[in-house]
Design a protein around this ligand. Sequence first.
Ligand code: KG4
Ligand code: ZN
Length: 353
Amino acid sequence: MRILAIETSCDETAAAVVVDGRRILSNVVASQMELHARFGGIFPEMASRQHVLCIDGVVRQALELAGLKSVSQVHALAVTCGPGLVGSLMVGVNMAKGLCLASGLPLWGVNHLAGHVYSLWLQPSPGEPVPDIRFPLVILIASGGHTDLVLMPTLGQFHLLGSTLDDAAGEAFDKVARILGLGFPGGPAIQKAAAQGQANRHELPYPLQHDTAHRFDFSFSGLKTFMLHEAQRAGLDPAAADPVTCDLAAAFQDRVAGVLMDRVADAMQTYNAVGVGLCGGVSANRQLRQEATRRCQELGATLHVPPIHLCTDNAAMIGAAAYFQAQSAPSHIEGLDLDVHARWPLDATPVTG
Ligand code: KG4
Ligand code: ZN
């Protein structure tokens, strides 16, 4: 089954053609990173306008790179309809509806978080084997907007074990990078600075350490405030490169990777997971990947992490999620009244508004 998928939930305009939820024929991502870097974060109205400008070209390119002459050569359409920025989501959803109306193809509305989860099932690159994923699986979705710990007892079932109580992990990377004057997006900038620094020169707090009521939850806002005070105390000039900046970046990255993986390891042991999946933009982080590799070796579990370009937002993952969705509920096809949802937890119905 060949699916044309569209993703515009945040600041990437993306389209892809995916076969049977696994094999990527094309995966086009038009990033707005440079546009938003000027503001140090995502500017929602500009993001929507940029999607309007790019979407047609991105979809055409995805078809072309897949070797298809027109949309009628795919079997179904898929689009992200939440969670995300409403104005951005609407551009992708309306494009998908237009294609649906013109072609008569079935349309699947996809949860962006389910997309990140199913990125684990995609073939990493042509010629490589498709991942062999066993259950129970513990999944960490760590992105700019979400930090969710999920148990997947079997394919298609999601149990949300915990979430962030305040900032998402990626959001914390972005905000701390701004405090340290490292630019946007913060994750790659902090990773780069941290490589020049030493993590043990600053003692960072450990969020929710003895809080058994939030055993599988996360909190990053206290760490962010601590970093602000530490930067002020050190008299850090965010406009100038400073060795202290690199030490602070290293300490922050170390703490975030440690906290994330402590929760994952606890969930793995509690639910006898045979595998761990990391997905979402933050799972591109080198230290998090190293920490995850070490923990999985210790606990005898298999680690699944997509290649970097499938960790950050893309449409191939939406095509994968739609395929698995279609397998479990083939009769559930969207109508032209498909709505967008700013909030939509993975294991619940969407919240409209
Ligand atoms: O999944 P994603 O592309 O978009 C959302 O759905 O939010 O994630 C973007 C987030 C940003 O906050 C970015 O700073 C973070 O992922 N990120 C990283 C790295 N690369 C991207 N965080 C830590 N280390 C990285 N190497
Ligand atoms: Zn995402």
